[in-house]
Design a protein around this ligand. Structure first.
Ligand code: FES
Length: 512
């Protein structure tokens, strides 16, 4: 049997530049019950920054990570530290008023300053550099959006400039530049913060999976090994909230995957970070590597998780863009990330619900996680310390403005229902004989749908393709070799282990 096609120009396996270029230290596992002031669940930028800031404020914290820190979306970002979030200020202003747009703007600008301050105070070597951030369009239908975003940005006091050209080697119809933005190596920065969390009554614990929160007699995090962490304050920073608290977050946020290539080019990449306003989104930035080499990161091609075409096509699309604009020498890295977006595009940061005091959430950063997560960490610190925070209101998870997001809420949940029904009815193959090396198919086994992947050694891996979250039928992700859920974004390895929540339990394995 022959291997399925995969472009020889692209790396065979996904790996982000960030993860390949640092060795993250390992941390111990929880081996007994703990009592702390704050339990922080999730070892990405939100959890690490929150735990770091809270410990700095004199509290005892325990950061719990189910596997290793910085392995999720934070390890697969494009790492732009910017308050320029493509088209957002005009949207927030029209849906939530100027005050809401101001709070979002101030929070994200403050996040840039906070990252700069932390780097300086702690002498962190993390390739930080100040850069302008551009949103541009090559499509005249988007000129109006750029103009409206420019007007909103001017009104909010950003150092922003409207123009009709950018330093990238292609013409644009309109662009908006924000000055005093930045970029860095996220793992170098966050490993330095993480190193300061353990000690003096605080803990950073890896391979410690939180499975539930009990609220009957104080807030208690229970873990998969049975140990408990008692803490009056709990921050859920697991990307998708692993504990919902009847907050119906599964119906209020939707998952998307997007892709990135790390390439070297013959030209020198111009100063700046760039993103297109139109679809398919294209994002560009550069990153210094060892020995004076420069990596160019091209990202985009997002789609709903578990929906759409063969996922390998997204890398091919990015490669086509790279070849159109640059003399590509090598494609060194490819990686993808999962992000959640709320129905009104503004993250949920604050109390999880109204009935469980002391439990906080931060999610739905809409792919702008570097600044939104840092802002979230500051906002949640202020909640816990009972300090006023002027940016907090726009992010309140309890907001529900039907006029602002009802249409999108209905659309997204119809999309989920459609996939739930459609996938149950979709036809399945009858046997495994035709499955090629490197290929996966869904077969019918006595009326049950089984996902079968044939690995490079010809061995079959068979799992029940019913998502263990709410029962949607999974789709194969050929680029990452995973089974992905089209409903709320859970992802499983071809052997059935959970790669991304909200699902907690693995898929049932099947035998041939
Ligand atoms: Fe909700 Fe799969 S993630 S049904």
């Amino acid at each position: 049997m022959k291997e399925k096609e995969w472009s020889s120009e692209l790396p065979a396996s996904p790996e982000s530049y960030w993860q390949s270029s640092v060795i993250s230290p390992q941390y111990e596992q929880l081996t007994g019950d703990l009592n702390v002031d704050v339990a922080v669940i999730g070892g990405g930028i939100t959890g690490i920054t929150s735990a770091f800031l809270l410990k700095q404020s004199g509290l005892k914290v325990a950061l719990l990570e189910a596997s290793r820190i910085l392995q999720g979306t934070t390890g697969h970002t494009t790492a732009k530290i910017t308050a320029q979030h493509d088209i957002i200020y005009h949207i927030i202003k029209s849906k939530m008023g100027k005050e809401g747009a101001e709070q979002y703007a101030k929070a994200n600008q403050a996040a840039i300053s906070a990252i700069d301050t932390i780097i300086q105070q702690n002498n962190i070597e993390c390739d930080f550099s100040w850069q302008p951030a551009y949103v541009y369009t090559q499509d005249e239908n988007y000129i109006r959006q750029i103009e409206e975003e420019a007007n909103a940005a001017f009104e909010l006091g950003f150092a922003a400039v409207y123009s009709e050209e950018i330093p990238l080697p292609f013409p644009v119809k309109a662009a908006l530049r924000f000055d005093n933005q930045a970029q860095f190596h996220p793992l170098k920065y966050l490993n330095a913060l993480a190193a300061q969390i353990p000690g003096n009554g605080s803990f950073l614990l890896e391979n410690t999976k939180a499975v539930d929160i009990q609220t009957q007699s104080g807030n208690i995090v229970t873990t998969s090994t049975g140990f408990q962490v008692k803490a009056p304050n709990i921050i859920i920073a697991t990307h998708y909230p692993f504990y919902d608290g009847n907050g119906m977050y599964f119906a209020r946020i939707y998952p998307e995957r997007s892709y990135a290539l790390g390439i070297t080019i013959s030209e020198h990449f111009p100063v700046g970070m760039y993103i297109s306003a139109e679809e398919p989104v294209r994002s560009f930035r550069s990153q210094p590597m060892d020995h004076g080499k420069e990596l160019v990161i091209i990202g985009g091609d997002h789609h709903k998780t578990g929906q759409g075409e063969d996922t390998r096509s997204h890398y091919h699309n990015l490669l086509k863009t790279a070849n159109e604009h640059f003399q590509v020498k090598e494609v060194l890295f490819r990686w993808s990330a999962q992000d959640y977006t709320t129905m009104d595009e503004v993250p949920y940061i604050g109390p999880l619900n109204s009935k469980d005091p002391g439990i906080y959430v931060a999610t739905g950063f809409r792919k702008w996680g570097m600044t939104n997560a840092t802002a979230a960490a500051m906002i949640l610190r202020d909640y816990i310390l009972c300090q006023e925070n002027e940016w907090a209101p726009v992010f309140l998870p309890s907001r529900w403005k039907p006029g602002a997001s009802a249409g999108k809420f209905i659309k997204e949940n119809i999309n989920v229902a459609k996939h739930l029904i459609k996938s149950k009815l979709s036809p399945a193959e009858e046997n495994t004989k035709e499955i090629l090396v490197g290929e996966a198919r869904i077969i019918d086994s006595d009326g049950e749908k089984i996902g079968v992947y044939r690995d490079m050694n010809g061995q079959l891996h068979m799992v029940d393709t019913t998502c263990t979250h709410m029962g949607c039928e999974l789709q194969w992700n050929a680029a990452e070799l995973s089974w992905d859920c089209p409903c709320h974004g859970s992802r499983f390895s071809y052997e059935g282990e959970v790669l991304e929540g909200p699902a907690q339990g693995p898929l049932n394995k099947r035998v041939d």
